[in-house]
Design a protein around this ligand. Structure first.
Ligand SMILES: [Zn+2]
Length: 206
């Protein structure tokens, strides 16, 4: 694939101004980019090369342009971690975070992100304590740009019955920090479900 063809594809998925940077990274590190149909469990992933193979990054094609770019940089940070530490550090530890900061810098300078996304990403990158893969504030900010946002458990009223992506149905009970105590309809068993879990409403009861 030529650089022009690569840019043409990236333009469809990334905010204007980011595609040149992304193409340069893909070419420089010889990365195979796989754009996949939506997967419920992840937005993207990085696979280190086997012998004689190339780095591989996959991204879900339904991500909005800002989520696509940020997930791309998230995976590039995994690649840099692999190059430098070869799997000897935690996947989302401080080394990964430093790489994520480094990769994000040109994107901050290029003004390709809207102010709220920029703020949310900056806040996430600047918080040394936030080592998890997805930050709730960043997640909620990025979600505003989805064409058809899916419903989150935290948005439902209490006592609503909802269905998770695996088909199981629950009643939403009380809040428990970032999660909700929920009762599975079929078994009556109690589970803690993250507020940011995606779901569908079955019945709404106020
Ligand atoms: Zn990750």
């Amino acid at each position: 694939m030529t650089r022009a063809q690569l840019l043409h594809i990236l333009q469809k998925f990334m905010p204007p101004g980011a595609e040149v940077y992304a193409a340069d990274l893909l070419i420089h590190y010889r990365i195979q980019l796989h754009i996949k149909k939506p997967r419920a469990t992840k937005y993207g992933d990085y696979r280190p090369p086997g012998r004689g193979e190339e780095h591989r990054i996959s991204l879900n094609k339904d991500l909005n342009p800002f989520a696509f770019l940020i997930t791309f940089m998230h995976e590039i940070a995994h690649l840099l971690n692999h190059e430098k530490y070869n799997g000897e550090v935690a996947p989302h530890g401080k080394e990964w975070k430093q790489h994520f900061q480094l990769v994000s810098m040109p994107v901050f300078e290029k003004e390709v992100l809207p102010p709220d996304v920029k703020h949310a990403l900056g806040r996430y990158l600047g918080n040394p304590g936030a080592s998890s893969c997805s930050d709730p504030y960043l997640f909620r900010t990025l979600r505003k740009y989805d064409a058809n946002p899916t419903l989150l458990v935290e948005e439902l009223p209490l006592n609503a019955i909802f269905r998770m992506q695996d088909g199981r149905e629950f009643v939403k009970l009380e809040k428990n920090r970032t999660r909700y105590t929920c009762k599975e309809v079929s078994s009556g068993r109690i589970y803690l479900v993250p507020g940011l879990a995606q779901c569908e409403v079955v019945i709404k009861k106020q």
